[in-house]
Design a protein around this ligand. Structure first.
Ligand SMILES: [Zn+2]
Length: 211
């Protein structure tokens, strides 16, 4: 399982990950379990599309569940080296009608890579919109779900709009990181958006969340 941790500035995390990581790990399956820190590793991260920095990621193990628990700073997506902001801005440009080629040329990526990122995101938007928006509505006190289109980009657009509303409601200041806010809000229930949900071993995968 993967637990996202709030972290506004990658440099501060890079310099001192301990400032952001809890003293004791938690097992999301059962808070009475006693997981222990068992591994730390470095992953490449591209804050500006060009320069790679190394980030330490820490991992715990729960003996009762036979499961590893990774702690991921908010600005990192599973299996992706590019910053979350990059994935989010690419998605928003796509929703605004800008072509894969044009988006790719701005940040030095093959349009096929851009299309892979976006397709993954749209697919996950469809898989999880009910779960995510349902929870937002419960928290901010609305009663009914908005009417949803079956078109993946429309659903994703709606998801981003609700995340923005939740960001404003909760005073989350990083509006270019709504995907990160979504993962924080999920508290480990889902792993948007870096990898297919199956690979990311999302807990949302365990029970059907389609509605
Ligand atoms: Zn456990």
């Amino acid at each position: 399982m993967r637990i996202p941790i709030p972290c506004e500035d990658y440099k501060r995390y890079q310099e001192n990950p301990k400032d952001f990581i809890p003293e004791h790990p938690t097992c999301l399956n059962n808070p009475r379990h006693k997981p222990y820190w068992n591994h730390r590793w470095e992953r490449g991260f591209l804050p500006d599309h060009v320069h790679e920095v190394k980030l330490e990621i820490v991992q715990a193990y729960c003996k009762e569940c036979h499961e590893t628990i990774s702690y991921w700073p908010e600005f990192v997506l599973p299996y992706q080296r590019e910053a979350l902001e990059t994935h989010e801005s690419v998605l928003i440009e796509h929703l605004q009608g800008i072509s894969f080629r044009e988006i790719g040329s701005k940040i030095g990526y093959d349009p096929r890579t851009i299309s892979r990122w976006i397709n993954l995101t749209l697919e996950q938007g469809v898989q999880l919109w009910g779960e995510v928006i349902g929870r937002i509505l419960r928290v901010i006190g609305h009663e009914s779900l908005p009417v949803v289109s079956r078109i993946d980009w429309r659903i994703t657009q709606l998801l981003l709009a609700w995340l923005r509303r939740y960001a404003e409601w909760s005073c989350f200041p990083r509006l270019h990181r709504l995907i990160g806010l979504c993962n924080l809000f999920g508290e480990g229930s889902w792993d948007l958006w870096g990898a297919p949900l199956g690979n990311a071993k999302s807990r949302a995968n365990a029970k059907s969340t389609l509605g």
